[in-house]
Design a protein around this ligand. Structure first.
Ligand code: NAG
Ligand code: NAG
Ligand code: NAG
Ligand code: NAG
Ligand code: NAG
Ligand code: NAG
Ligand code: NAG
Ligand code: NAG
Length: 589
């Protein structure tokens, strides 16, 4: 934290009136303006009308961070230059220059997105903390050029949940501790874009950028009640974002509306010489941009949506817990009442081959050579190796010259006391399994040989076949109906029985998330929609129409803000997760 800036900013916040009384942290007015839950368009209007300056916004958000961050652990560092950048944007505005819809609006990025300035980027780890990359993440450069004010970095699950694959808590990092869910601080934030999601939800900022390899946008978006799009990898440059997996990673906007998500997409998409996968996305953007695809609920009339019933709508854990099934089925009814044609997909052969019926991971009987973990483990080792080529530590640092995941894992082992083996080591990172994912990556030697291509190729082919065929509903008489999207329950606790991440991750296909309700532990959940490759424009249409129908926006009440300790607590009643089921990343209902 840059405490002098924060304290000065806190004084600004202290003297103003409160806009609402939700729990112990009501959101203060900002210079008399109710910026709580404001959209990009509303913020831009106040800036245009002169009711607020960009500097006001930065000060109000910094005051909010100062007030709430010790409970939420959602911000790892604020940008010491934020107020100066805001002043520059205000000066440009005064001289009549408006760069676009983001001009003067603060945004936050996840801690694995490198910003070339005075504050650290470290992927939530201690092992990377203090290093610098060769150049700024392309998407950050674009957001800055569009007038965005970089407010800081959000916390994250350490190494984007790529450090350990069991015995860890999502949202935890050895750098910043456990990120808390403002709806119920004993409950999970899901991973790994936890900080940015919590920050937007608790009004520490209006918009943020996260990343996803396997669930890291859509899971926390569900758990915190936000909108996002996890895109086809390559739609946006991944340059300057710590690599988890070349073939699966993608950044994505997190916001309180599909409109805000789309405005950010429009700024971030496009080709980048530093990321070859962006060349393949050329020509797949909608002609007038993504924001032009935002529609209202009238667009639901005649829309064709599929529900994969078996597996998924009948089997995933969240829908079978508490009263949730009734709530989910009421949502289906609401969609039907709004004119959606619902197609009940009772089986899909490709889907059943590759995903566990309970949500996460593979089916138990998958052929060992097809396990996608082989691809993830290999790509992690390859990715860090490439990342470290352009990541430089100071010459007097013991990590100077560090060049491989193996060396990172060794450094972690040698620094147990600072890398999260807290107390007796049974919390968060178990000392023995505290970096099981790193260790599995190291064991591949980063060799992209036959084992890698077999697992990756089969997984990508089968998952694409599953999503493509889910979109082609075959009637009894053989007529094929092309669907506009495939809808899944996006239940809480992400990595414990949720169907949103696996198939699209394996396939490299997009997903949208829409919040729709809260369950008996006071935390949100929602729906996610699978799209086809580069189907983001259609996803914006489907998700924005649903947004207008459901209009869910319940404020967090910060339950247990003063008592929550340790890692987040037990799963929602109805899940039966055993150690062995969690190791294969799923729970039985
Ligand atoms: C960046 O991290 C270093 C520790 O490596 C710390 O000393 C410094 O204060 C951090 N910078 C900011 C702006 O917080
Ligand atoms: C992009 O592809 C070209 C041609 O195959 C290759 O030379 C280059 O190293 C690649 N660049 C990156 C950043 O992967
Ligand atoms: C889909 O079909 C299954 C089994 O045939 C049935 O149990 C379920 O209620 C159906 N769902 C909808 C939304 O029609
Ligand atoms: C890595 O750094 C080298 C040397 O500065 C530069 O030429 C290269 O473009 C960088 N690669 C990436 C992917 O940023
Ligand atoms: C380890 O520490 C935790 C938290 O302090 C405590 O709940 C647990 O009982 C301890 N376990 C052992 C084996 O001492
Ligand atoms: C780190 O953990 C390993 C495995 O539990 C243990 O053998 C080693 O002594 C620990 N190192 C430190 C510095 O605590
Ligand atoms: C990695 O390298 C070690 C040592 O050379 C070797 O024993 C092992 O078989 C290799 N593993 C793979 C997956 O290539
Ligand atoms: C918060 O979560 C705890 C479980 O960790 C649960 O017992 C409690 O009822 C939840 N609070 C609310 C208000 O739902």
């Amino acid at each position: 934290m840059h405490s002098s800036t924060l304290l000065a900013a806190a004084a600004v916040g202290a003297s103003v009136a409160y806009a609402s009384c939700n729990g112990p942290f009501p959101m203060p007015l900002c210079k008399g303006v109710k910026i709580e839950d404001a959209s990009i368009v509303e913020l831009q209007q106040w800036l245009t009308e002169g009711q607020l300056t960009s500097q006001d916004l930065v000060e109000c958000y910094l005051a909010r961070i100062e007030k709430t961050n010790e409970y939420l652990h959602s911000i790892s560092e604020v940008n010491p230059d934020a107020l100066d950048i805001a002043a520059q944007m205000d000066a440009e505005r005064a001289s009549g220059e408006i760069r676009g819809p983001l001009h003067g609006i603060p945004f936050l990025v996840k801690d694995n997105i490198y910003t070339d300035d005075k504050h650290n980027t470290s992927e939530g780890t201690l092992v990377l903390l203090g290093g610098k990359y060769s150049s700024e993440a392309t998407i950050v450069t674009k957001l800055r050029a569009a007038g965005g004010v970089l407010l800081g970095h959000g916390t994250m699950s350490e190494a984007a949940d790529h450090r350990a694959s069991s015995n860890y808590a999502s949202g935890y990092s050895s750098r910043t501790g456990q990120t808390r869910n403002p709806y119920n601080l004993t409950q999970s934030t899901a991973g790994s874009s936890s900080g940015p999601v919590v920050a937007v939800r608790s009004n520490q900022v209006a918009i943020a950028i996260g990343t996803e390899t396997y669930g890291s946008l859509v899971h926390p978006a569900a758990q915190l009640g936000l909108y996002t799009i996890k895109s086809t990898p390559g739609l946006m440059s991944r340059h300057g974002i710590v690599t988890g997996s070349y073939w699966h990673d993608t950044p994505g906007p997190l916001a309180r509306s599909m409109k805000d998500v789309s405005i950010m997409l429009d700024i971030m998409v496009g080709i980048d010489r530093y990321d070859n996968l962006t060349a393949e996305a050329i020509g797949h953007e909608p002609p007038n941009g993504y924001a032009a695809e935002v529609v209202d609920k009238q667009a639901l009339r005649g829309m064709k949506l599929g529900l994969p019933w078996n597996p998924y709508w009948s089997t995933v854990a969240h829908i079978n817990s508490g009263d949730n099934r009734q709530e989910y089925e009421e949502m289906i009814q609401q969609l039907k009442d709004a004119g959606v044609e619902i197609y009940n997909i009772t089986s899909n052969a490709a889907l059943s081959q590759i995903v566990s019926p309970y949500g996460q991971g593979h089916p138990a009987d998958i052929a060992p050579e097809h396990n996608h973990a082989i691809a993830f483990n290999t790509l992690l080792a390859v990715g860090y190796g490439e990342w470290l080529q352009n990541w430089t530590f100071p010459e007097d640092d013991e990590r100077y010259g560090m060049s491989s995941l193996a060396e990172m894992a060794e450094w972690n082992d040698a620094h147990n006391e600072t890398t999260g083996a807290l107390g007796n080591g049974t919390w968060w990172w178990d000392t023995k399994t505290g970096q099981s994912f790193y260790d599995a990556g190291v064991a591949t030697n980063g060799t992209m040989g036959t084992a890698f291509w077999t697992a990756f190729g089969w997984g990508r082919f089968t998952a694409r076949q599953a999503i493509d065929t889910l979109h082609r509903y075959v009637e009894e008489d053989g007529t094929v109906v092309e669907l506009d999207g495939v809808v899944m329950p996006n239940g809480r606790d992400g990595n414990r029985g949720n169907a949103c991440a696996p198939l699209p991750s394996y396939a490299g296909y997009p997903i949208a998330a829409v919040p729709t309700g809260a369950d008996a532990y006071a935390t949100p959940y929602g729906l996610c929609i699978y799209g086809k490759q580069y189907g983001e424009a259609k996803l914006v249409r489907v998700a924005s129409a649903m947004e207008d129908l459901f209009q869910w926006n319940e404020h967090p009440k910060y339950f247990n803000y003063d008592t929550a300790q340790g890692p987040w607590q037990a799963s929602f009643p109805g899940y039966t997760c055993s150690e062995s089921s969690l190791k294969s990343q799923h729970c039985a209902p």
